[in-house]
Design a protein around this ligand. Structure first.
Ligand SMILES: Nc1ncnc2c1ncn2[C@@H]1O[C@H](COP(=O)(O)OP(=O)(O)O)[C@@H](O)[C@H]1O
Ligand SMILES: [Mg+2]
Length: 270
């Protein structure tokens, strides 16, 4: 674990409050974290603990109510749309429901072309763009020729999630936030998706932040684990320390909810 490296994404006192008065919800409550380059970090917590809200803050989709986010050692500045676009070249996300992440009226080749353009490839010849798109599709075992004229809603959930990974393959962000990326798909494609993400991580050296309610999955994929309860990080550390020697009863409960923590994500048996 490259713990000696500087953190690429940090937070101090990051807080998000929704609503006022009786409807006030503190979704994220003064969390501190340091994510280091090349690490796989999992944020684990029950439904409603604030994971997706934190992911949206990290991605810059919503502003924190309080606290600071530091990106590559400096306080993050995404005040203008231009700065946000620069930021999104470096940090990207895959969400639970892939259908929500797309404009359903954009064809799939347009979705992939946008990624090439975002990486500065607008001026490339058409043939080169097709080659890049086909390569990205083949990385996730999709056939580009069969997809070009389709719309996102014409694909299955597993295909959609693989298309999301093809986007990441083209965008090559420094940091990937994956918010429950496998919870909408069947167990078999789930293992494939995880495998592809880990392969991609090795290939482009991304930092991956996995967001999940499944502590077994967290144990399987991550170097570092943050346990989230009611908007707060109640425990964090190396996956081995936190999951094999949990200190908090909440963590123990999450572990007890997973019947076969060591077996469930053993991909060698798939
Ligand atoms: N846009 C919103 N407006 C009001 N409350 C919200 C909003 N988004 C999330 N919440 C609330 O914040 C809390 C955390 O939600 P969320 O971040 O989605 O948790 P998780 O992803 O861990 O399931 C929940 O109580 C949820 O109802
Ligand atoms: Mg969520």
């Amino acid at each position: 674990m490259p713990a000696e490296k500087d953190p690429c994404l940090s937070g101090r006192g990051v807080t998000k409050v929704f609503g006022f008065g009786r409807t006030r919800t503190v979704a994220v409550d003064h969390v501190d974290f340091d994510f280091h380059e090349g690490e796989v970090i999992s944020i684990v917590g029950e439904s409603g603990s604030g994971k997706t809200t934190l992911a949206k803050v990290l991605l810059g989709l919503i502003n924190p109510t309080e606290g600071e986010v530091y990106f590559q050692g400096k306080e993050r500045d995404i005040g203008s749309y231009r700065k946000k676009k620069e930021y999104w070249k470096q940090i990207q996300a895959i969400f639970q429901d892939p259908y929500c992440s797309y404009n359903i009226f954009r064809k799939i080749d347009t979705v992939l072309l946008d990624c090439i353009h975002m990486r500065g490839g607008r001026g490339l010849p058409r043939a080169k763009k097709v080659e890049l798109m086909a390569e990205a599709c083949s990385f996730v075992n999709l056939k580009f020729d069969e997809l070009t004229n389709k719309y996102p809603f014409e694909l299955s959930g597993g295909q959609m999630q693989r298309l999301m990974i093809a986007r990441i393959f083209l965008l090559k962000p420094k940091i990937l936030l994956a918010d429950e990326p496998t919870s909408m798909i069947d167990a078999c494609s789930r293992a494939t998706i995880l495998d592809m993400l880990m392969q991609l991580r090795d290939e482009i050296g991304m930092t991956v932040v996995f967001i999940t309610h499944d502590i077994g999955l967290a144990y399987y994929v991550s170097d570092v684990v943050y346990i989230m309860e009611n908007g707060r990080f109640v425990e964090s550390g190396s996956a081995d320390n936190v999951i094999l020697h949990p200190k908090e009863t909440y963590t123990q409960r999450l572990i007890n909810d997973v019947p076969k923590i060591y077996e469930e994500w053993d991909l060698s048996t798939v």
